[in-house]
Each structure stands twice: as structure tokens, then as C-alpha cells.
Unconditional design. Structure first.
Length: 86
């Protein structure tokens, strides 16, 4: 049975956040996002949240995202102190 390939859909906010991240961390994020295309459910599911119901930890940073069909919508990548603030 062929495995579903998910499509990454970054938001403007995600791309803006990514520009602020350290170049070494960007390489790790790139590898992680390649793995996400195979299995986006490796993160932790958050409760009582409308947008960004999933999060993945990478060092002190968190990626918030949702999975809709075969699309992974990437919302933010921020430091753990900032990521949950509204």
C-alpha cells in the first residue's frame, strides 16, 4: 500500500518566523519538515486550541501546525517562551 505524501503549506507568519531562526537550526528544521511529509503525527497533539492543534519540539523552539487531509499547514515556529502566547 503506497504511503500518503503530505504537502507542506507554510503561512506568511511561519515564513517570517523562519527568517529569524539561527542558520544551524534551519538545517534541522529542513530535515524535520522532510520527515513530516511522511508522518505529520509525530508531534504532540494540543487540546483546547483552535489553530495549531499540533506542535513539534525542536530544541527550545516549537513548530505549531495542523493536518487537514493531505496538507500540513505550518503556522509558527517560535521560542518556547513565545509560542503559546496569543
Amino acid at each position: 500500500m503506497p504511503q500518503i505524501k503530505y504537502q507542506l503549506v507554510p503561512t506568511k507568519t511561519f515564513l517570517k518566523d523562519l527568517k529569524r531562526v539561527d542558520p544551524k537550526l534551519k538545517k534541522k528544521i529542513s530535515k524535520l519538515l522532510d520527515n513530516f511529509k511522511e508522518n505529520p503525527f509525530q508531534g504532540k497533539k494540543l487540546t483546547a486550541i483552535e489553530i495549531g492543534k499540533w506542535r513539534f519540539r525542536i530544541g527550545d523552539y516549537r513548530i505549531r501546525y495542523d493536518v487537514e487531509g493531505n496538507r500540513i499547514i505550518l503556522y509558527t515556529i517560535r521560542h518556547r517562551k513565545e509560542v503559546y502566547k496569543r
